[in-house]
Ligand binder design. Sequence first.
Ligand code: SAH
Length: 342
Amino acid sequence: MDNFFNYTLERLETVLENLGTKSYRAKQLFQWVYQRGVLDFYAMENLPKALRSALAQELSFEMPEVSEIVHSEDGSVKFGLLLNTGHLVETVLMPEKGRNTLCVSTQIGCKMACQFCVTGHIGFVRDLSAAEIIGQVMAVKRYARNKRITNIVFMGMGEPLDNLENLMAALEIIQEPAGLDFSYRRVTVSTVGLLDGLRSIAPKKAQIAISLNAVNEAGRTELMPINRIYPLRDIVAYVRSLKNMGRQRVTFEYVLIKGVNDSPKDAQALSELLAGVRCKINLIPYNASPHTRFQAPEDNAVKAFHDILLKRHFTALVRESHAKDIAGGCGQLGMKYLEGKR
Ligand code: SAH
């Protein structure tokens, strides 16, 4: 039986047509499920009875099972979600200034092998289906009923653009007005910079964040081997070339790692690299982990780096990572897999 959460509105319309029903029923189904939280076809009163039982035979509402909940001192909550293949996927809910941002995963493990990232050290296990991506949102929504999720960021485990088809289906369901009904402004896809995939989602399918993390090709290749295929210069050229962005801007993420990329010289080089590019810069102080050889930067190095960017008139923020104390911070998801391996 296939999973309802794999279906975009359009695909569901086709299913209904094949069942000999009018396609407008798809919208009704979406509203029951995503807006009213009803996960039982038999309870969908405005659908013909025969259709309800036909659907119940075709589609399930199976969701990942919440198997672990860990609360952070900063108010974030990490959910360990158990998939029906026995794998665990981690999702983090981060309350902040009137927002509740959910950080979702798109893969178990990752192929990108970024040297500083815990998930990168797991290696690739498998892609998540659209249903497993949407399942993360639905499972947290059910659990945290009193907190409305306002933003979704694809910054958990995996490289979203390496799972493009399922990502696109999930984005459609997330943004469909009869579905989860998020404006694309409240949805961010973070990527190492897979330009082919980026071209299919930028600029209107999501906000884009690109993980830069270095200021020259050699330095980036060392940290992020994917730089051999999608080098820094192509990424920056691509962002420069984006048209019709309106007020929208691409965000560059820059993980500050002690002694690797956090010197004032690096900050100068970054300003030169991005001179004249319409963008925002998020500086993320590195979250150290026993699984990598890198260290967190000193506070004064972070401040000095930030000040240089501000002096050059960049919009730059230091992003304090959430949920660090519960291994839910950026790049810390998936610790369990590594702990199991050791
Ligand atoms: N694959 C995507 C999304 C997942 S990583 C990407 O690379 O963008 C999300 C962000 O966390 C990236 O900017 C990444 O560089 C950063 N990151 C990874 N490991 C980290 C760590 N240990 N400390 C701080 N940030 C980290």
